[in-house]
Design a protein around this ligand. Sequence first.
Ligand code: PGA
Length: 242
Amino acid sequence: MRRALIAGNWKLHGLQENQSWIPALETAVTTPPSNDVAVCVPATLITTMAQTAPDWLSVGGQDCSVHEKGAHTGEISARMLADAGCSYVIVGHSERRADHGETDAVVKAKAERALEAGLTPIICLGESLGERDAGNAEDVCRDQLLASIPEAPAAKVVIAYEPIWAIGTGRTATAQQAQDMHEILRQAWPGDDHDALRLLYGGSVKPANAAELLAQRDIDGALVGGASLDAESFASIIASAK
Ligand code: PGA
């Protein structure tokens, strides 16, 4: 049985705009959720978040280094994230693939470092609008999956399918489009333990569309960007998880 995971991704948003986020979330979520919940925050906020979050809220990073340690100025290792209080780390988000030229091989190496540090990597993938319009979405996503995943049991990783055209655009994949891709990705998982693989959908998830997306057979949770910044919206999405 897969436990749903609702993970927030604050991206480059800090506590200035979110000072009352934890109290507001605790007010909105009155009983501890039966599914897993995490919030992936900028690195400078991890310790504060980990110290102030309620027990049911895990903390994650948004990226980690391919290196464990050494002369790599500006990098943060997976082990450092774990030491600071993280349980998860996002790797291979399309914004990092685009802004920092991260390849599937880099994403795979980051996921490996995450596992070695005891973190659960949330490995992101997804097609561009051009790739979807050309009818290549399935092949693109399957190839990204196979090239980005570490050798590990399915239960140790999380995959987030995030069509690039749906991220931050207000345009969501339909529940059927997302379900179809999730089913393809589950079948493409190279082990016979694919039933244990948690597949999140991400891309303009909000209170209004979360329940329908999360009701799909192969959608095991959501990676939530913009709507996670608002505690009430995030709480509503948490409540929509099966
Ligand atoms: P969005 O972002 O919910 O704002 O579309 C999702 C993500 O990029 O993880």
